[in-house]
Design a protein around this ligand. Structure first.
Ligand SMILES: [Cu+2]
Length: 252
């Protein structure tokens, strides 16, 4: 039996099939979850820009690698190997270009980063506190008086209700270990460090129910630290708060 001589092509299939799956993924509904945040477009744009840059480089280097595997096959080339120190100009080329791309990305994303981490809304419609603990999300609303740490605070677990089209600020705390507050549909993910209060903000642009998950491996029950984000119209949200307040008053 003739030995299989096209291993280089066979290995090339790995990056090619990988890339094909990427290309087909959106049609198979295996791609980014629906974006319902006003800031989401900006984040997705950066994501796609970086995906394109790295994707092109990935394909080029993989094809080149397969070519070298084929070209320098010992069965095809009988002359002895040459040991070389490489090519100085080429090395300079593939060091300087990525350095420029990195600097460009650093400058290009500054506004998005500032909006996301340094420019909180001045007059948010809602402030809410979310405390991660093994393995659930504890949610606290300031209640009718708008102040935390007062008797009318409202408590809820694993279901974060927010109004649509309004600025929402979330204060993040942890009762035990590192957790990560992740709202995939709002393109928002923030580590929660025990002992520190984190702060994130968003403005949702669509009503609906979405995932609230923990993106930090925080213990054996990490997988079930799954909550819900309920985005409601302003009226429904106020109604829900009222129902909560009545229920909690009845219990007290
Ligand atoms: Cu967690």
């Amino acid at each position: 039996m003739k030995a299989f001589t096209h291993w280089s092509l066979f290995f090339l299939l790995v990056p090619l099939i990988g890339t094909a799956i990427f290309v087909a993924a959106p049609a198979m509904n295996l791609w980014l979850p629906k974006d319902v945040s006003v800031m989401g477009g900006e984040i997705d744009h950066l994501f796609y820009l970086i995906l394109w840059l790295t994707g092109v480089v990935f394909l080029l280097t993989q094809i080149l690698l397969a070519f070298f595997v084929w070209f320098y096959d010992a069965r095809r080339r009988t002359e002895p190997a040459i040991y070389s120190h490489g090519n100085h100009s080429l090395e300079l080329f593939w060091t300087v270009i990525p350095a420029f791309i990195l600097v460009f990305l650093g400058l290009y994303q500054i506004q998005a980063w500032a909006n996301l981490t340094m420019r909180p809304p001045e007059d948010p419609a809602l402030e809410v506190e979310v405390t991660g603990r093994q393995f659930e999300w504890r949610i606290r609303y300031p209640g009718p008086d708008g102040e935390f740490d007062t008797p009318d605070d409202l408590y809820h677990v694993n279901d974060l209700h927010v109004p649509v089209n309004r600025e929402v600020v979330v204060y993040l705390k942890s009762e035990d270990v590192l957790h990560s507050f992740f709202l995939p549909n709002l393109r928002l993910k923030q580590d929660i460090v025990p002992g520190m209060t984190g702060r994130v903000w968003f403005r949702a642009k669509e009503v609906g129910e979405f995932d609230l998950v923990c993106a930090e491996l925080c213990g054996w029950g990490h997988y079930k630290m799954k909550g819900r984000l309920t985005i409601q119209s302003q009226e429904n949200f106020q109604q829900w708060l009222k129902t909560m307040a009545n229920e909690q008053e009845a219990v007290q």
